[in-house]
Design a protein around this ligand. Structure first.
Ligand code: MG
Length: 475
């Protein structure tokens, strides 16, 4: 991209100097020296509340998701990949900006009553890529501010179609039995910046997003594009199209997973049909772990501890598969720590984007995805932050929790059709876990490793001071 800019500048300068006769040979030489492949199309498929252990790629589920399995077979599977946060809005903010969501004012979930959103000056992946000449589209659940100044079209997306926040944020008690939900306005369906319907038929959301995505791919197959498809599923309430009703014979949640898997297959097929699979990086991941209190409507956390809304592994360790035939070696698996914060810096590096002085918290993981021998591990430490409180840190195979309270699934009242469910409250004291041998964060080994614990506590203390600085001033 820089080379493309240098070429443009030189052509302009030479033309201004009236040295037209020099322009052609110099440009030809520059082209010849720039045989690097063009920057790839970027496709991000983001499931909502999909659990690590929901997929046969990670756990013994017995459910076949052939398209995701194909993606992993032909690409790379990361086993130690974390969502930037344990809930929808902050996780999405981290994915699209490459920084901890607290830096951009999204420490928690936005509600239909929220007037806030991703600040206009924030550099998003879409804005960055649009500056690079990419066509950009978002089809799905946005959840970074539903008022017009915060909608996707004001954050770099040429096209947007979808629901602006979660599919349970509706006054319809059949979709959300929580009494507070009656205060919500009807769930909008937005095209661009215009609400085109309210309370859309949720059974059709996944297929409608998929159709729009395929059309976008077909329309832009001859130019670079960024397609961001944040599914509204498998977030509660669960809906599937008629074609997938009962398809799994294992209940609604598995039916929903099969429809998401179908959608992934449709996207991959469209890329192959249009002949651009080798020039497209496709990423599939989830925004956070399972919403356990929803009982049968939730994914499976075990063997991970707890789920969505907590800084345990169940809250933030999520599936991640990347597919880029010809560039990412097939059948790759990596156990390196990587996170959703890495997508923005990686895409910036892949496309040669000029991001100025943006201090990303994530890392460029191109070498990891390409399985380059000797690729350095991207992280010394990743912080698990709830609101503005740093609750845990992972460094290598160690994860340290500092004392904090959390909502627990143990002893919880699970949701029914008429009750939203209720977590219990629990707390954890200073605890150190070795995730290599204890992925379930069940055995506190702090007494055996005091020096490691001290080192990690110091990391948390230092990070906490940084996050404190992002707290808004009290009004
Ligand atoms: Mg979510």
């Amino acid at each position: 991209m820089l080379q493309r800019r240098i070429r443009t500048l030189l052509v302009r300068r030479l033309s201004l100097m009236n040295h037209f006769w020099l322009t052609a040979p110099i440009v030809a030489l520059l082209w010849a020296g720039c045989s690097a492949p063009p920057p790839p199309n970027i496709v991000i498929l983001l499931a909502d509340d999909l659990a690590y252990s929901d997929l046969a790629l990670y756990a013994d589920t017995g459910l076949v998701t052939p398209n995701l399995e194909r993606m992993a077979r032909e690409g790379i599977l990361l086993t130690d990949f974390y969502a930037p946060a344990a809930s929808c809005s902050p996780s999405r903010a981290g994915i699209l900006t490459g920084v901890y969501p607290q830096r951009v004012g999204i420490p928690g979930v936005l509600m239909p009553q929220s007037t806030r959103g991703l600040p206009p000056e924030t550099l998003t992946m879409a804005e960055m890529l649009r500056q690079q000449g990419y066509a950009t589209a978002c089809f799905g659940k946005w959840h970074l501010g539903h008022l017009e100044p915060h909608l996707p079209q004001h954050h770099g997306f040429d096209e947007y179609f979808g629901i602006p926040y979660s599919n349970d944020m509706t006054p319809d008690s059949t979709k959300n039995p929580n009494p507070y939900a009656r205060r919500h306005p009807p769930l909008p369906l937005v095209e661009g910046v215009t609400t085109v319907a309210t309370e859309p038929d949720q059974r059709l959301l996944t297929s409608r997003y998929t159709q729009r995505a395929i059309r976008f791919i077909e329309q832009h197959a001859d130019q670079p594009f960024f397609l961001y498809l944040p599914y509204a599923a498998p977030h509660m309430p669960l809906f599937v199209s008629e074609a997938f009703e009962g398809a799994s014979s294992r209940g609604r949640y598995s039916d929903v997973l099969l429809e998401i898997d179908w959608s992934v297959g449709q996207i991959l097929d469209a890329l192959e049909r249009t002949g651009i699979s080798q020039s497209t990086l496709v990423i599939f991941t989830s925004d956070n772990g399972p919403w356990l209190v929803k009982g049968e409507g939730s994914g499976v956390a075990k063997p991970l501890r707890e789920g969505k809304g907590t800084t345990f592994e169940g809250g933030q360790r999520v599936p991640f598969v990347a597919w880029w035939p010809g560039t990412i070696p097939a059948q790759s698996v990596s156990h390196a720590l990587a996170t959703g914060l890495d997508l923005m810096p990686t895409v910036a590096a892949l496309t040669g984007a000029d991001v100025g002085v943006t201090p990303f918290d994530g890392h460029d993981i191109r070498a990891l995805l390409r399985r380059q021998p000797g690729a350095a591990l991207p992280y010394t430490a990743f912080f698990f932050v709830q609101g503005y409180q740093v609750q845990a840190v992972r460094a290598g195979s160690w994860k340290l929790h500092v004392p904090h309270r959390f909502r627990s699934i143990h002893g919880a009242y699970l949701a029914t059709w008429t009750h939203p469910g209720a977590y219990t409250r629990d707390s954890i004291s200073l605890a150190l876990f070795n995730l290599d041998i204890d992925i379930g964060e069940s055995v506190n080994v702090i007494d055996d490793h005091p020096a490691t614990a001290r080192r990690l506590v110091a990391m948390v203390d230092s990070a906490q001071a940084t996050f404190d600085a992002y707290r808004p001033e009290p009004r």
